[in-house]
Design a protein around this ligand. Structure first.
Ligand SMILES: Cc1cc2nc3c(=O)[nH]c(=O)nc-3n(C[C@H](O)[C@H](O)[C@H](O)COP(=O)(O)O)c2cc1C
Length: 178
């Protein structure tokens, strides 16, 4: 028996890893922090966690600007993107976008009453959260938020992300392979 097996990460093909992770269909959100240093970031790791207390999570890469912003800001907003908001998703995933208040010149925003976090108009739902816990998630941190407020706005389908592509429910091919 090999006493020192190779760490599994060395055996995994990174491309395969991404393809396998990408086979799990998700919605797409923009996570936001308000205050003096407002920031927004596209995230599809958003997940509902608990009904009582009402908790959600988002996993944020440790070297993302959003990582520091969440730890400093403690409160955050989540805008669940509508099927016609693919461009917004791309914009807030682009590291070349302007930082601070200037990034919010893209899109139409209002300020969340409970958190001061920017909330994107046209999103299908908004959540406002206070940071509940932050857990080690390897190269990401798992941020759990307790809901302070939530709204469902437009009677529209959410934007989907599957196999590295944005899709609307009506654009799902009969079979998706990558
Ligand atoms: C569809 C999609 C989903 C993403 N989801 C996440 C996520 O859940 N967590 C994360 O850390 N990065 C995610 N990213 C990458 C970030 O949006 C991207 O790296 C962003 O530029 C980081 O922003 P920041 O460093 O300015 O905070 C996602 C990107 C895309 C296109």
């Amino acid at each position: 028996m090999n006493a020192h097996p190779k760490p599994v990460e060395e055996l995994i093909d990174p491309k395969l890893l991404r393809r396998v992770y990408g086979a799990f269909a998700t919605g797409v959100t923009v996570v936001t922090v308000g205050g003096q240093n407002p920031h927004a970031m596209t995230a599809n790791s958003f997940t509902a966690v608990s009904l009582d207390p009402a908790l959600v999570l988002v996993c944020v890469e440790r070297n993302a600007i959003m990582h520091r912003a969440l730890l400093d800001g403690r409160n955050f907003g989540v805008s669940v993107l509508a099927s016609d908001q693919e461009e917004v998703a791309l914009y807030f995933a682009d590291r070349r976008r302007p930082l601070g208040a200037a990034q919010f010149e893209y899109g139409t925003w209002r300020t969340g009453e409970h958190t001061g976090a920017p909330l994107l108009e046209g999103a299908v739902a908004h959540l406002e959260c206070e940071l509940w816990r932050a857990y080690d998630g390897g190269d990401h941190t798992i941020f759990l938020g307790r809901l302070l407020a939530l709204e469902r706005h437009v009677d529209d389908d959410g934007l989907l992300f599957l196999c590295g592509k944005f899709r609307g429910l009506d654009q799902l091919p009969a079979k998706v392979t990558t």
